[in-house]
Design a protein around this ligand. Structure first.
Ligand code: IPM
Ligand code: MG
Length: 343
């Protein structure tokens, strides 16, 4: 299988190098096409960084999976390269689901005084909401300067996210929580609520409940154990998954899968950003990127490899403080060979 590796900005290249060491170690049979140039530096030099022919190759099925490091560079205008690279990939490839597991590994302590554990999955709608890109700025620089961002919610997008969330809930505990803000965003929230009831009703073993996003943010902190599958819109999902990552061993551990359930196309990226403040220092935690390899392996049917990666990264997550990227990578490689011996 050919795999496209887009390293991106900041710590992206460092965590990608670590993850690709794991790919090599496990003999996954992946032929990695490494593209270090799809990043902000290229955009700053040429005004473009994601070539159309690369997008066409991806759409034509050239790659079984895409690994993505991180995007974001303080030298570029805020948000422009993010939209040019990552959001464009999500939109053009119609990666409508962003699946973000939130699981505190055993042995890693909770940041909560209660010590409460979390083992949940967020299904974040990934191509709509406030991320639509629709809107604009008028009377720029004038006293009456006005900015508009249009949030878009379609029955198609909502139903796609809900169908996936319901099937996940069926395979897990059956507890499905829809998070929105229907008391203010009545039209979009109302659509989510109606479609959720349609999709979840009559599915044996699945119990659907609804929470406003503000309450959900608080409850995620106070009672994380009450959640199993959370389904939500794009912006709420973005916020809740950083909060959730903080509860699950830190942002350095959290992977995500951007999936087009119709075509099977998928891009795997850590929840964390490009961390320009620590870039190039060899101290970035590569575990989230390594876990992305696990999610990708699972997605393409290599469940054994996925399980081994999960176990190895869990074991190493117990003690990553003050460890360098190289030390964490070596510890994962050691844990992998130990696991494979047992297998
Ligand atoms: C994420 C990131 C992105 C998002 C940024 C980099 C555009 O925060 O994947 O969660 O907002 O979706
Ligand atoms: Mg985010």
């Amino acid at each position: 299988m050919d795999v496209l590796a887009l390293t991106g900005d900041g710590i992206g290249p460092e965590v990608m190098a670590s993850a690709l060491t794991v790919v090599g170690e496990l003999d996954l049979g992946w032929n990695v096409d490494l593209r270090p140039d799809v990043n902000s530096s290229t955009w700053l030099e040429t005004g473009s960084a994601l070539p159309d022919d690369l997008i066409r190759d991806i759409q034509g099925g050239a790659y079984g999976a895409i690994l993505f490091g991180a995007v974001g560079d303080p030298r570029a205008p805020e948000g422009v390269v993010e939209r040019h690279i990552l959001l464009r990939l999500r939109f053009v490839l119609d990666l409508g689901l962003n699946i973000r597991p939130l699981r505190l590994p055993r042995g890693v302590s909770s940041p909560l005084a209660s010590g409460a554990r979390i083992d949940a999955v967020v299904v974040r709608e990934n191509t709509e909401g406030a991320y639509s890109g629709l809107g604009g700025l008028m009377r720029s620089g004038q006293p009456m300067e006005t900015a508009v961002t249009v949030s878009v919610t379609t029955r198609f997008g909502v139903e796609r996210a809900l169908r996936h969330a319901v099937s996940l809930a069926e395979r897990r505990s059956g507890r499905l929580t829809l998070v929105h803000k229907a008391n203010v965003l009545q039209d979009e929230g109302g659509l989510w609520r109606r479609v959720a009831e349609e999709v979840a009703s009559g599915i044996p073993g699945v119990t659907l409940s609804y929470q406003h996003a503000d309450l959900a943010a608080m409850r995620l902190m106070l009672d994380p154990e009450s959640y199993d599958v959370i389904v939500t819109d794009n912006l709420f999902g973005d916020l809740l998954t950083d909060l959730g990552a903080g509860l699950s061993g830190g942002i350095g551990l959290a992977p995500s899968a951007n999936i087009n359930p119709a075509s099977g196309l998928a891009l795997f990226e850590p929840v964390h950003g490009s961390a320009p403040d620590i870039a190039g220092r060899g101290v970035a935690n590569p575990l989230a990127m390594i876990r992305c390899v696990g999610l990708a392996a699972e997605h393409v049917g290599q469940a054994g490899a996925a399980a081994v990666i999960e176990a190895a990264t869990d074991a190493v997550a117990v003690d990553t403080d003050r460890r360098s990227t190289a030390e964490i990578t070596d510890a994962v490689l050691a844990a992998l060979s130990f696991d494979r011996q047992i297998v």
